[in-house]
Design a protein around this ligand. Sequence first.
Ligand code: SF4
Ligand code: SF4
Length: 307
Amino acid sequence: MIRSLKAAWKYLRHSKEAPEPLVAYFMITNKCNLRCKMCNYWKGLYPKEVSTCEAKLILDKLADVNIQILSVTGGEPLMRRDISELLDYAKHTLKIPYVRLQTNATLLTKNLIPDLADCLDDVWISVDGVGTMHDYIRGVQGTFAKVEQNIHLLNMVRENGLNLIVNMVVTNYNRDQKNMVKQLAVDWHADHLFYHDVANVKAEESRQFSSEMNVGNVYYPDRRGCLILYSNLMINPLGELIPCGILDKLVVGNLLEQPVMEAWNSQEMRLIRKKVWRGLLACKQCCVPNTTLRSRLDDWFNLSRLV
Ligand code: SF4
Ligand code: SF4
């Protein structure tokens, strides 16, 4: 909590320097078995990924600065054969308090699920519509059926406290399916539902929808500054630090070569904080900060539950 306040204070003061980060997003691969329309990772955005040893070295460094929430993401993290080993290392060896897996849920299996559940606090699953709409956006037929089947498998082990989060990227393709996805989240006993709204919707309409549905909303047309840059760090598959998932072409440090705080407050990262305060085009319609903040509040205080 104190670190969260420190991050907010630095953010409000427009500081170029940030306190120790609270949350780490680790994109451990850019390989993926799906072909989503809005995604570049499966096209091979990065030429390689960190090895098991290198991934552990980075996890060690994150634990050294007391990361509170580790979100393992990709690409599709389950494409890595060492995924259980890495999650086990983070949760049980390093004792990172909250460990999340972001997955498309198609590669979950009966054998894998108990091992994963033992290391995870939540599973974050992307659903972009029902049936053929999900398959269309994800670029592979049969994906929705696979996700549904695997969520039923997952639900069998969830009594030991594993949370399920459903995430929908809302675009002009699927915006009329928001309510259907909400119903799915209820049917699947999800703990939370988040919309990442990148559709060209009007701010007022989006806010109204949010208050009706009691879900995280996402549209801030005149954003200045970004709290994410003071609390959440993001690591790409090469082990490099990037400011956020949207500004993923900008490298501000390298966690294979530097301690976390050196990279986190590097000259390049300070410059990004300054530029974002002045207003970057990429930030204007960005859905990340509010959704992430809401997610973090829910993680810590269990403020709102969907079901
Ligand atoms: S599942 Fe995720 S990583 Fe894979 S193609 Fe879709 S958006 Fe990209
Ligand atoms: S693109 Fe989004 S997450 Fe990244 S700095 Fe801008 S507002 Fe923050």
